[in-house]
Design a protein around this ligand. Structure first.
Ligand SMILES: [Zn+2]
Length: 288
């Protein structure tokens, strides 16, 4: 699969994009995650989509959750975003002419910059049979939907070329369960039928019906906050495992509704909270 990959530019570094699936901005802030807060300034950003598949597609075009700036043309904002990408990759003079016409980050990284492109995803809706895996050298489904620690040993980096990794982890996704919690103790919500069904080789969520009460929803929100704290400790271990000079961006693919406006979850929802996501990034294991 090496197909005439060029020699990477000087300074090109590994770039890990970590998606905390469904992590709502205020859940992130309430958890006060020590490791992620130390990475950089946490921003409130906005997803381009309200559910997993289109949101990941959009991020793979190179457009991460946006800041919703006013009085700015979209084209100007996109140019700034691409400059941000150059900063992440450590290639300040990077040209983007090769992004056109394909507009697909893994393709650009691989064929123009000589990167390896890899992904490990937790959500079965992102499984390797979907078109999202195009131009990836490897695309794996994680062993569990909610265990970043189990993803860490799967990651492979090269001394010869920088690697782009897309990682999606689902501790923060419904049912907001940490891996130490037995499935028998996961919340059982009246009206949710067949919470998990097999799809490919992993579990998949089905849609929930209405019928939640406020206390139940508040409890679910608290569960999501708890998972942010849990995954923060996993991220500390992730960072320890990453090569020197790796750029790490942590964000979410969309938010989650806990009763606001009569909604639960994400997807077919038009509400500000389903767009609000945390965004924080920085260089880890910087070499002196
Ligand atoms: Zn998602």
């Amino acid at each position: 699969m090496m197909d005439n990959r060029p020699v990477p530019p000087d300074g090109a570094r590994n770039f890990v994009l970590l998606i905390l699936d469904s992590c709502r901005f205020d859940s992130f802030m309430a958890a006060k995650p020590v490791t992620m807060n130390a990475l950089g300034t946490v921003e409130r950003r906005y997803s381009y989509a309200t559910w997993t598949m289109p949101s990941h597609f959009n991020m793979l075009t190179g457009l991460l959750p946006h800041t919703s700036p006013t009085h700015v043309f979209a084209s100007t904002y996109y140019k700034q975003e691409l400059a941000g990408l150059a900063h992440r990759l450590g290639i300040p003079k990077m040209g983007f002419v090769d992004m056109v016409p394909r507009l697909w980050l893994p393709h650009f990284l691989r064929t123009s910059l000589g990167y390896h492109t890899r992904s490990v995803v937790s959500m079965p809706v992102l499984n390797g049979h979907t078109p999202l895996n195009v131009d990836f050298d490897s695309w794996q489904l994680a062993p569990a939907h909610n265990d970043l620690d189990a993803i860490i040993p799967l990651l492979t980096f090269s001394d010869e070329r920088p690697t782009f990794y897309l990682i999606n982890t689902g501790e923060t996704h419904y049912p907001y369960a940490t891996p130490d919690e037995p499935e028998s103790e996961w919340p059982v919500i009246h009206g949710v039928h067949g919470v998990f069904k097999r799809a490919g080789d992993g579990p998949m969520l089905t849609e929930a019906e209405a019928g939640f009460n406020d206390e139940r929803l508040a409890q679910l929100h608290r569960r999501q906050i708890h998972t942010v704290s849990w995954v923060d400790r996993s991220i500390e271990r992730l960072i320890d495992s990453l090569p020197a000079n790796t750029w790490l961006t942590v964000t979410a693919d969309h938010g989650e509704l806990f009763g606001e406006g009569g909604y639960f979850g994400h997807g077919p929802i038009m509400h500000e909270k389903v767009m609000e996501v945390p965004f924080v990034e920085g260089l880890v294991n910087a070499r002196m």
